[in-house]
Design a protein around this ligand. Structure first.
Ligand code: COD
Length: 299
């Protein structure tokens, strides 16, 4: 991801409530490594104090003063709407204030489709990136939202150079079972994939998590699937399942990640407080990569 970000033209990131040491550390590193430019929005005194604590040099970085969350969110969205910034990032601002400013029908940056959160994990025990959705935005997505989640995740996959992502909808079982709605939805998604509705991805579902990431599990259970043990992209049934997987990959599997909200007119960075400084940096970098892909090669 970082190599890609350095090769691509620098994107400008508008950081909403940058008066937080962790956020300013991540954005400061991305700027000093020439991966992005930044404009910092929030209480100016707090931003300067946080930068001092983080040891970040603010020379050449623009600051836009905003006293409270709603004003900072509005000003951040305005930066991307006007084209002065390419990406918007959440800092210390409350998630709901930030997301509502993005979703505002009059002044926000909604795109024509739905917004969803996509995280790309690097896990030491898995030989490839693992993309998961949606761990942070859509609480109880209906089927149409899950289809949108898959489409958004495919864009991220392609932006990362994974052209034909092996994809699945993860359930507790690998055969459609009418008492488990997840499996019925996964079978519906597979029909759409078989009809070419997601382009040239490789989709199978439903699959249980073990089958998605372990060839041994497939062999033992005698499951033959083109995704078996090699999944690039996982759609999860709801925010709990996805968030539990997200935190498990970090805290029990030593994963690092980059995450981005897709579907708005510009990529949105919404890091979790639980993310390491490295993961926050990767999220900034990923959003820059996705912004370049949207403009130069992508959808
Ligand atoms: N894509 C496009 N438009 C959307 C989406 C979406 N994913 N979600 C909501 N909207 C639109 C609706 O159509 C409506 O016009 C407006 O936004 C408000 O929608 P509501 O009333 O359904 O949604 P709210 O007010 O409950 O808020 C939407 C949030 C995204 C803020 C909400 O879903 C939320 O709080 N998500 C979880 C965020 C979170 O706490 N994450 C961190 C911890 S995991």
């Amino acid at each position: 991801m970082k190599r890609l970000a350095r090769e691509l033209p620098s994107k400008r990131v508008a950081v909403v409530r940058a008066d937080e040491v962790e956020t300013i550390t991540a954005i400061g590193t991305a700027v000093s490594d020439d991966m992005v430019d930044a404009v910092l929005i929030g209480p100016e005194k707090g931003i300067r104090e946080s930068a001092d604590k983080a040891g970040v040099d603010l020379n050449g970085i623009e600051i836009i003063h905003a006293e409270d969350d709603d004003t900072a969110s509005r000003k951040g969205v305005e930066e991307v709407r006007s084209g002065r910034a390419d990406v918007i990032m959440k800092g210390l601002v409350a998630t709901s204030s930030f997301l509502h400013a993005i979703l505002d029908r009059e002044t926000g940056i909604r795109g024509p489709g739905a917004l969803s959160h996509v995280a790309a994990f690097d896990v030491p025990s898995y030989p490839k990136l693992l993309i998961i959705s949606d761990a942070a935005m859509n609480i109880a997505p209906d089927f149409d939202m899950k289809v949108a989640m898959l489409r958004n995740a495919i864009i991220v996959s392609k932006a990362l150079g994974i052209e034909h992502p092996k994809s699945t909808y993860v359930c507790a079982k690998e055969v459609p079972y009418d008492k488990m709605p997840c499996t019925m939805e996964a079978a519906r998604m597979k029909e759409m994939a078989d009809n070419g509705e997601f382009g040239d991805i490789i989709f199978d579902g439903p699959l249980a998590m073990d089958l998605a990431v372990s060839k041994d599990a497939c062999r033992i259970k005698k499951i033959d699937s083109p995704v078996c043990g090699e999944a690039d992209l996982l759609i999860l049934p709801d925010i709990e399942a996805a968030n539990i997987l997200y935190k498990t990959l970090i805290f029990l599997a030593g994963g690092e990640l980059g995450a981005v909200i897709m579907g708005a007119l510009n990529p949105v960075v919404l890091t979790s407080r639980a993310d390491s400084a490295e993961s926050k940096l990767c999220s900034i970098v990923l959003s820059g990569v996705v912004a370049s892909y949207g403009r130069e090669g992508g959808s």
